[in-house]
Design a protein around this ligand. Sequence first.
Ligand SMILES: [Zn+2]
Length: 260
Amino acid sequence: MKSLYIYIIVALLIIPVKSHAFDDFWGQTGHRVVGKVADAYLSGKTKREVKRLLKRQSLAFVSTFADEIKSDKRYNEFYTWHYINMPLDENYENSKKNSKGDLVTGIEYCKKIIVDDNASDDDKAFYLKLLIHLIGDLHQPMHIGLEEDRGGNDFKVKWHYEDSNMHRVWDSEMIEKYDMTYTELADNADVLSKKQVKAIQEGSVIDWVNETHQLTKKIYASAKPDENLRYRYSYNHFNTVRSQLQIAGIRLAKVLNELF
Ligand SMILES: [Zn+2]
C-alpha cells in the first residue's frame, strides 16, 4: 500500500510537467532572450512607461506569462493568439483566417488596449505581457505551420534518440541542448550595425509573419518523419534560432517604442 502511495505521488509530480512540455511554445529560455534583447533597443520614454506598467518586472520576466496562463480555463479565449496555421505556399493575406483569432489579430488587440486612454493600468499591463510574448511566438517558424499537423506538433521526430516533434525541436530542444542561460544567449547575440537594425525593424506585423513563414517552409523540408535528429541538425539550424530570437527582440522594441 505504501509503495502505491509513493507511486501515485511520483506520478502526480511527473505528469503535469510532462504534458505541459508537449504544449510548449518558444521555450521559456527563448522568450526570455527576446525580452532581454529588446531592452537594449527601447527608448528612454518607453523604458520608463514599461517599467511603471510592469511594476519594475523585466521584459524577460513577463515574457512567459502568456504561456503560464494557458492551462487556466479563464484565459481560453487567448489560446489561438499564439499561432497561425496556413499552407506552406500561401501568405497571410490570402490564407483562411482563424475565426477565434491568431497572432496577427492578437497583437493588434494588445496594441489597441495599451494605447486606450480608458483602459486601466492593470489591463494595459496584462496586454503588454501578452504582446511581449506574441512578438516572440511570431518569429518561431513552427508557430506559422500547417493546420493538419498542429504546427509540427504531430510531425514526430526523434531528438537525440528521444521522442519529440518538429514544433518542440524548434521551440526548445535545440536551445536547451545548447545549454546557455537566456542572459548568455542575449549577450552573445550577433553585433549588428544601425543600418542592419533599421532594416530588421522595417515592415508590418503581416510582413514579419510572411517572412517567418519562408523559414517554416524550409524547416518542413529539413527533416523526415521519425528521423533521429542530432548534432548535425543543430549545426545546420541553431544559428537560425539565434537569429530569429534576436530579430524578434529588435522588432519587439520597435513595436513598444511606437506605442509609448
Ligand atoms: Zn506562446
